[in-house]
Design a protein around this ligand. Structure first.
Ligand SMILES: Cc1cc2nc3c(=O)[nH]c(=O)nc-3n(C[C@H](O)[C@H](O)[C@H](O)COP(=O)(O)OP(=O)(O)OC[C@H]3O[C@@H](n4cnc5c(N)ncnc54)[C@H](O)[C@@H]3O)c2cc1C
Length: 415
């Protein structure tokens, strides 16, 4: 892999930036692969990367119907944290947060990981109790979080009004090493590393059918022809139900639009991420100065990757009591992505009824933060064929057995 370095940037400056190589090959499909990954979002690409890095499996194709990172990976608000309540979730999300710490060096691509701190506001007594409970659980899990009082909240985020008449700030759950990263760079970094290992990253290649025989997948049909494979990983987020349907099984997943918006850019005024889950809104400030704002999912199932006016109004209205400065800002643009929601708000990393087919989905509103960890765990599942400590609680069978991993407080609204 050619190194991105300060020296390379200086050299390119003298050549008018004409010498940069393509970051990944524009691959066309071969007739057969050891592993086919459907979905070129962050999770699919990370899965392929760790298959190569940790297991030496490099005869891999990543099939993406659009452009890599064009799904939820490139549409999210980039919040990274691991302050979940249940032990299996905390382990998986903390593994991911930890991988983010060195991801730029590992991929030789600046993913702009910014551990600026994530604050989840407690604005009701119930939230105070809930977050204190999570902080105690996090201490036992080895995840560093604290419950802080309103004065410390104000110190961390001076633009906040902590004395609102309806929802005064009573404190918050603070994860100092949570933060944000550049979502596109995460996808690009993984794609570049995969391509460099000899894998084929194939864009504009939609999977339209799954061929099966004797209880296993034999290959996929795509808009670029049929491709045979020994193993298949389905990593398509909001389209998981459609892919499972092609493969002949059903998933306990709902697909919903989740929207976000950004304001006009303003001077730096907020250097942490804040979530106000009672009122259903959260915000951070991007490097360009825009306030990045999000809320809850649409209240009905749909596949439209679009924003809507009522969402801007609802989300901004919810946040204005705590962030009065928002009332003076113009909103610049909005968008939507299709998220894959499970009933217990925890992901699925699982074997399927087809022996050599594995699925990674159900990350809902909060899977960006899990990108490296999810890929790391999914690669292990595909390579060994069996769940390992990071994945065993997240199997599909939990929905039959009633063994839910209830994260409705940590992940229901928060991202
Ligand atoms: C508005 C919004 C805000 C969010 N904010 C956060 C946040 O702050 N923090 C956080 O952690 N998470 C957040 N999320 C959730 C996060 O974005 C997702 O959980 C995560 O990006 C999922 O990654 P993925 O790779 O699984 O899915 P995706 O990035 O959606 O990738 C799946 C890919 O599969 C492709 N695909 C689908 N069908 C086919 C097919 N038939 N053939 C080939 N390819 C196919 C799609 O085109 C897509 O590129 C947010 C999501 C949205 C929409």
């Amino acid at each position: 892999m050619s190194k991105y370095s300060a020296f390379a940037i200086a050299r390119q400056a003298f050549q008018n930036n004409t010498g940069w190589k393509r970051a990944w090959r524009n691959a066309q499909p071969k007739s057969r692969y050891d592993v086919v990954i459907v979905g070129g979002g962050g999770h699919g690409l990370a899965t392929a990367y760790y298959l190569g890095k940790n297991f030496g499996i490099t005869n891999v194709a990543i099939l993406e119907k659009g452009w890599i990172g064009g799904g939820n990976t490139g549409r999210n608000t980039t919040i990274i944290r691991s302050n979940y309540l249940q032990d299996p979730s905390a382990a998986l999300f903390e593994k991911s947060r930890d991988l983010f710490e060195t991801l730029s060096q590992d991929l030789n691509m600046n993913v702009m990981f910014s551990p600026r701190g994530v604050l989840m506001l407690a604005q009701t007594e119930a939230e105070v109790r809930g977050y204190k409970r999570t902080v105690m659980a996090n201490k036992l899990q080895g995840v560093e979080t604290d419950f802080i009082g309103p004065e410390r909240v104000k110190e961390l985020c001076p633009i906040m009004n902590i004395n609102g008449p309806r929802y005064p700030v009573l404190g918050g759950q603070w994860q100092a090493r949570g933060g944000t990263a550049r979502h596109d760079a995460v996808a690009w970094g993984f794609a570049r590393a995969c391509s460099d290992m000899g894998m084929d990253v194939i864009q504009n290649c939609e999977v339209t059918g799954v061929d099966r025989a004797n209880g296993v997948v034999t290959g996929v049909r795509t808009t670029k022809g049929d491709i045979a494979c020994d193993k298949m990983g389905i990593v398509v987020a909001g389209h998981s139900g459609a892919l499972a349907d092609m493969a002949g099984f059903r998933l306990p997943i709902e697909s919903l639009a989740l929207q976000a918006l950004v304001s006009e850019p303003i001077k730096p005024c907020m250097d942490i991420v804040v979530m106000a889950n009672t009122v259903h809104g959260y915000l951070s400030q991007s490097d360009k100065g825009e306030m990045v704002i999000g809320g809850g999912t649409d209240g009905f199932n749909n596949y439209t990757q679009r924003g809507s006016f009522h969402h801007i109004e609802e989300t901004v209205r919810a946040l204005i009591e705590t962030f009065p400065m928002l009332s003076r800002l113009k909103m610049l643009r909005q968008w939507g992505g299709i998220v894959d929601m499970t009933g217990d708000r925890s992901p699925i990393l699982s074997k399927t009824p087809l022996g050599n087919c594995f699925i990674n989905c159900g990350w809902g509103t909060g899977g960006f933060k899990a990108t490296p960890g999810s890929g790391y765990a999914m690669a292990e599942l595909i390579a060994t064929g069996e769940p390992a400590p990071l994945t065993e609680a997240f199997g599909l069978e939990r929905f039959k057995e009633g063994r839910f991993i209830d994260e409705s407080v940590a992940a229901g609204v928060a991202h």
